[in-house]
Write a protein that binds this ligand. Structure first.
Ligand code: BGP
Length: 474
């Protein structure tokens, strides 16, 4: 009992949050390269951006990340020491197609990822590749408006074909878009959307989402055609929405919030726009424009597995009390009085993880993959770079136990678990380095200053033991 023998233990990173080397070997500029840290970040990731370029008044954390571009050999060796069976990482689109619309890919970019995959193979680590993790070439944003244009489907499929051809046999597991539902909350990061004043932002977001959904279905088709061993997953930011009270209005609102996230997966996994979404989008005048073939494409090429991130549950009230709010991945919600909170105000709810696993499995009846989970907190090092991160260990222990319960007690079918940021990396929401998730400490501060030395935290030996015992020794 417990975790299945072939359970895939590992960790997850994203190119823009760790690679750095943003102008090296022909890499082009991407949306994430102009998302600064500091107070303007949230406005920009929401698509309210005046200039599609960098300026001297801001600091751009993707430019340095943790410099994985030059440290990947050391970093993957450390992942192997942890005992990883799987490493989830993403491709920087602009390393492969610097502008997005070229005919010929950039060999240096392709070689960089091939080196990573060969190293993984050497260590017996299976890569799980996110094709786009908050990543879109600036050139395509400037020329066609990012995913608001249907032309993006062709550019994306060209990228997919290049990757599926080149890495055939080295990579078998792919995710088409990171947290596809994040397009609603961070549309510049999720889809390269920039809004003009007076535009119907919701309509544009759903139009862009439709293009991503069709692109994802066609990528699934292509992946299976190129190599029948390819397994394709969708990926969304999950976390159950609890009604704040048993007042029917609160329960109804919580159901609506859940559906807002499930919508994307309902399409990618069940193969059609659900009735509730059609009604709601029509009512809001936001129903996307579709081509006649789209219905069939969405229906025929559904995903093989459903992946998601889980950081916290949410608590939903029909009317929000602004003085009683909690933060969290995705968006703020009412403060749940039964939970504790991280330093960034995100609720900590391991049982909510088990609830989410059950709800997602009940809904889709497909194998699940937890591809992000973890605690972002502040780490204090001693003179050797060692961190006593007991709080992180406690968070992960409780969440892994919840996952085990979901498998053992509830029969949820789970392929694997890649916790977020096994090595410290830049925070997506704040752009800071001081919000850390890793088992491996990286000596770099919010401004990119430091030695970039890697050291093991206390949690390193702990996670090593968890993997070695296949989740028995927590
Ligand atoms: C998810 C993103 C990741 C990651 C994580 C943690 O939404 O997919 O890229 O960053 O959240 O969030 P943060 O970095 O803001 O703490």
């Amino acid at each position: 009992m417990g975790f299945p023998d072939n359970f895939l233990w590992g960790g997850a990173t994203a190119a823009n949050q760790c690679e750095g080397g943003y102008q090296e070997d022909g890499r082009g500029l991407a949306n994430v390269d102009i998302c600064p840290s500091g107070p303007d970040r949230s406005k920009i990731i929401a698509g309210h951006i005046e200039h599609l370029s960098c300026d001297k008044n801001h600091h751009y954390p993707s430019h340095h990340g943790i410099d994985l571009y030059h440290h990947y050999q050391e970093d993957i060796a450390l992942f192997a020491k942890l005992g990883f069976k799987v490493y989830r990482m993403s491709i920087a689109w602009t390393r492969i197609y610097p502008k997005g619309d070229e005919d010929i890919p950039n060999e240096a970019g392709l070689q960089f990822y091939e080196n990573i995959f060969r190293l993984c193979q050497h260590y017996g680590i299976e890569p799980l590749v996110t094709i786009t993790h908050f990543d879109c070439p600036i050139h395509l944003i400037k020329t066609i408006g990012g995913w608001r244009s249907r032309e993006m489907i062709d550019h994306y499929l060209k990228l997919c074909k290049t990757l599926f051809d080149r890495y055939q046999g080295l990579v078998h597991n792919w995710l088409t878009f990171n947290e596809i539902n994040m397009i609603l909350h961070a549309p510049f990061m999720g889809a390269g959307l920039v809004f003009q004043k007076e535009e119907n932002e919701t309509a544009i977001k759903y139009q862009a989402a439709h293009h991503e959904l069709v692109a994802s279905a066609l990528a699934t088709k292509l992946a299976h055609e190129i190599d029948p061993n390819n397994q394709i997953g969708c990926m969304f930011a999950a976390g159950s929405a609890y009604p704040y009270s048993c007042k029917p209005e609160d329960v109804f609102k919580a159901m609506q919030v859940d559906r807002e996230n499930y919508f994307f997966i309902d399409v990618q996994s069940r193969g059609a726009y659900p009735a509730y979404a059609i009604k709601q989008l029509q009512r809001k005048n936001c129903m996307p424009k579709m081509e006649p073939e789209d219905t069939q494409i969405l229906k025929e090429y559904t995903v093989d597995f459903v992946a998601f991130s889980y950081y916290n549950s949410r608590c939903i009230a029909a009317s929000l009390d602004k003085n009683n709010m909690a933060e969290g991945n995705l968006f703020a919600s009412a403060k749940n009085p039964y939970l504790t909170f991280s330093k960034w105000g995100w609720p900590i709810d391991p049982l909510g993880f088990r609830i989410t696993l059950n709800q997602v499995y009940d809904r889709y009846q497909k194998p699940l993959f937890v591809v992000e989970n973890g605690l972002g907190t502040i780490d204090e090092t001693d003179e050797h770079g060692y961190v006593e991160d007991d709080e992180r260990i406690q968070y992960l222990r409780n969440h892994i136990q919840a996952m085990k319960d979901a498998i053992e007690e509830d029969g949820v079918e789970l392929l694997g678990y890649t916790c977020w940021g096994p090595i410290d990396l830049v925070s997506a929401s704040s752009g800071e380095m001081k919000k850390r998730y890793g088992f491996i400490y990286v000596d770099v501060d919010d401004m990119g200053k430091g030695s970039y030395r890697r050291t093991k935290k206390k949690s390193f030996a702990w996670y090593q033991k968890v993997i070695a015992s296949n989740g028995e020794d927590l």
